[in-house]
Design a protein around this ligand. Structure first.
Ligand SMILES: Cc1ncc(COP(=O)(O)O)c(C=O)c1O
Length: 431
């Protein structure tokens, strides 16, 4: 094993042996090279005042070489904020700004010990870093039966984790923390599990309330007390879009500092929150009591980044940083929140109006981009195809009964027409 990896592992063992035990083989072996091109370049950037002939970019007139054809459309930004490589951990200012935003929006973490967010190529990349660092063949990866389909590829296919699903809802349509608890406790023999919490949930648009939040934290704590090492990932992709009474902070805060066998990992980003899906800017943040543990986890994360994408795109980090610092940012976000909440409320009013008879129920929703119908008499995939063909309406079929509707991309005034057409589609198939 590389001595740097060994040193990080020793630091983890000394700081919290359970975090070391949670690592995959790759997680144990990975490290961020200290004496490679990047560190020599960093040293040169600080000290080589005459000629800096280190890293592989080209310079001209004291700045990064660039083409006018590109710069002329980006003239609001300085070339040095666009063209050079961003550091593997991301632009330092962006990392601090995101950390501040995280604390402002999650007061429960203000007094907790957690690291500096590391920039990822958006949330998918953050999740795959978690998979690389913590999932070995056969490790249990626990998440509900209604989930973002990509977890299967990231944790199952790519890392050979064993996917353990539990029903998201209880019979009275609350979060099934008992299901989570049982799935966790059934991993006692393995002594390890990776749990993914995703609120607002994709596909249902559900975020639990305070009592359910307490139960989730209690279930995870019980597993930790039973000797199971639990990596808890909060996939906070749709964070902030809470339209009704529900938790409005990430459970990352509640889990931080809770138990030495719980490692909370927050995966979040600008993708959905700031409406910049294609920018690919996300973050991964760890909570741990010991500074050396946080530092070792950051180094290992940087090792994975260096080995896969080397560093994230610089321009989009600059754009997001600019937005976070803009005096208009909060007002503009509040305006978009109002639009999204208006759509969610409208959908609920339509569904509760009684006009759609008895052809579907809907799963509880109170947040995020989506809601899900539960069809009573027709197959979801048959309906989906019929809706496209006959009415030019696109929806997502999930399993036999569920139809996901992204109200996030339908104007409020068109929602009634949309649901009328879906209803008509169901009637056509029933006839
Ligand atoms: C729950 C959830 N997590 C993560 C992602 C991925 O986000 P990103 O586009 O930032 O990779 C999505 C996107 O659909 C999602 O729904």
């Amino acid at each position: 094993m590389n001595p740097l990896a060994e040193q990080l592992n020793e630091n983890l063992k000394a700081g919290n042996i359970h975090v070391y035990e949670m690592l995959s083989t790759l997680g144990k072996e990975i490290y961020f090279p200290k004496e490679g091109i990047l560190s020599q370049s960093a040293e040169a950037a600080a000290g080589a005042k005459k000629y800096n002939a280190t890293i592989g970019i080209a310079t001209e007139d004291g700045g990064p070489m660039h083409l006018s054809a590109i710069q002329e459309t980006l003239s609001a930004y300085k070339p040095q904020d666009l063209y050079p490589y961003a550091p593997p951990a991301g632009k330092p200012e962006l990392r601090s700004a995101w950390r501040e935003k995280m604390i402002a929006e999650n007061p429960s973490i203000a007094d907790k010990s957690f690291g500096n967010p590391v920039v990822t190529n958006a949330l998918t990349h953050g999740l795959s870093i978690v998979a690389d660092l913590f999932v070995d063949e056969g490790d249990a990866v626990i998440f509900p039966d209604k989930n973002w389909e990509n977890y299967e590829l990231t944790f199952g296919i790519r890392r050979h984790g064993v996917i353990v699903n539990y029903p998201l809802f209880t019979e009275d349509m609350k979060f099934n923390s008992q299901g989570l608890r049982e799935a966790l406790l059934s991993q006692k023999d393995k002594g390890k599990a990776i749990v993914i919490l995703n609120f607002p949930n994709n596909p249902t648009g559900y975020t639990p309330g305070a009592k359910e939040g307490d139960e989730i934290v209690a279930a995870i704590t019980e597993a930790a007390e039973a000797g199971i090492n639990v990596v808890v990932v909060t996939d906070d992709a749709y964070f902030g879009l809470f339209f009704e009474e529900s938790l409005s902070e990430s459970l990352f805060g509640r889990l931080a500092g809770r138990h030495p066998r719980i490692l909370p990992v927050k995966v979040d980003g600008a993708t959905k929150e700031e409406y910049v899906w294609g920018f690919r800017v996300g973050f991964i943040t760890y909570a741990a009591e010991d500074a050396a543990v946080l530092s070792a986890l950051e180094q290992k994360t940087l090792g994975i980044i260096r080995a896969t994408i080397s560093s994230g795109a610089h321009p989009s980090q600059t754009f997001v940083l600019h937005a976070l610092k803009s005096p208009e940012f909060h007002a503009q976000k509040a305006e978009k929140f109002r639009v999204m909440k208006g759509r969610a409320n409208k959908v609920k009013a339509l569904l509760d109006s009684g006009k759609y008879g008895d052809v579907w129920e809907y799963y509880p929703f109170n947040s995020g981009y989506f809601m899900c119908l539960k069809l009573k008499n027709v197959n979801a995939e048959t309906l989906r195809q019929h809706l496209i063909r006959e009415y030019g309406v696109g929806t997502i079929a999930l399993g036999d009964t569920d139809l996901r509707i992204a109200f996030s991309c339908i104007a409020e005034e068109n929602l009634e027409d949309l649901f009328d057409l879906v209803y008509r589609g169901v009637q056509d198939l029933q006839a």
